[in-house]
Design a protein around this ligand. Sequence first.
Ligand SMILES: *[C@@H]1O[C@H](CO)[C@@H](O)[C@H](O)[C@H]1NC(C)=O
Ligand SMILES: *[C@@H]1O[C@H](CO)[C@@H](O)[C@H](O)[C@H]1NC(C)=O
Ligand SMILES: *[C@@H]1O[C@H](CO)[C@@H](O)[C@H](O)[C@H]1NC(C)=O
Length: 400
Amino acid sequence: MIFPRVSSLLGLAAAAASILPGGVLAALTVVDTTVATPTATASATATAAASVPTTSGLRFAVDGATKYLAGTNSYWIGFLTNNADVDLVLNHIAASGLKVLRVWGFNDVTAKPAAGSNTVYYQYLSAAGSQINTGANGLQRLDYVVAAAAKRGVHLIINFVNNWSDYGGMPAYATAFGGTKEAWYGNAAAQKQYRAYVQAVVTRYANATSIFAWELANEPRCKGCATDTVYNWAADTSKYIKSLDPHRMVTMGDEGFGLPTANGTASTAYPYTTAEGMDFARNLGIATLDFGTFHMYPKGWGMDDSFGPGWIQDHAAACKKAGKPCMLEEYGTGTNHCTVEKAWQAASLAAAGDGMAGDMFWQWGDTLSTGKSADDGNTIYYGSSDGQCLIQDHVKAITS
Ligand SMILES: *[C@@H]1O[C@H](CO)[C@@H](O)[C@H](O)[C@H]1NC(C)=O
Ligand SMILES: *[C@@H]1O[C@H](CO)[C@@H](O)[C@H](O)[C@H]1NC(C)=O
Ligand SMILES: *[C@@H]1O[C@H](CO)[C@@H](O)[C@H](O)[C@H]1NC(C)=O
């Protein structure tokens, strides 16, 4: 009865190779596969407090302006190996008026790709010794995205681990360090390596002007667990990130499950329950989490598309109560994107300043040097009629 997220249903592959457009790997030039352990020399506090995006009441303050933000997701941009493709995507995103881009800041493997295979990965996990890949097929790919986004005034949400097995995730840590997926949050060896990875990434981008926020995970869940499990882990981890980088925002990256209704009549609908070990309002109370995140795939959760506006309004109410802005950071319906998602965007915008502070559709699509980027059924391609509807028209509605 419990549905995985829609992007998994639609077959996001575990290997970078299989999500990239046809032939991309074959076309690559040979890159160095140097693997090194992190050097955490930089002081993250060097980032000027004034230059980083912050919350401002129930809104975000970015580049000196406090306004509702439109954004999108590209999980794959940091796995591209052609700089020109990264530039093209960021040019289009910036030209569209989208301010925030969420990217995968993780790519974990438990077996290293064959030397010279050019497959991008960021971290190799093993109980015998994990390694963070800072080589040309490692974090240097994310470096390029961070620098290219900075040049164009695009702000990035970067997360550190997946709940799902795409690009490794918690299941990869479980493979390397043992235990069940649910036990990940309390697995000392897994958490030690996760923190080493977090530290490597956060300090690496200490001075980057393009970081919007650090995100603990993509869609953390702990099915059947007491809500204490994720709550305690999120409190400890976010506090740790703030110790490394006190000025930047930190958020959870969750789907927003375990939600009180604004009207006080408890809902028994699955996303409202704590079945996945998540308690949205309680987690939002963690002092070192700056804003709330939630996702919306009604069909993937066994609900109707009309579920959307209520889900948005109930999150807005919970965020308002907590005094922190809410970001609808992923949404998609699979079909009839314009008709359905336009109504969702309108519902979110209607609550601007009253709990909602932005929305980011899943996911950006573009035409790369190798062809069209992956279509998981929720891809909105730049220049398409759905793009006109959900990007241009939406940005116009925000600025008017
Ligand atoms: C950040 O800037 C400071 C001060 O200029 C410098 O000492 C430090 O090495 C820089 N860190 C990184 C990761 O570039
Ligand atoms: C991730 O989500 C799936 C689906 O609910 C769940 O089975 C799995 O246990 C979750 N992983 C963790 C670490 O909670
Ligand atoms: C209360 O809110 C829930 C969730 O948004 C909704 O399903 C329900 O119909 C509402 N109940 C009343 C009485 O308005």
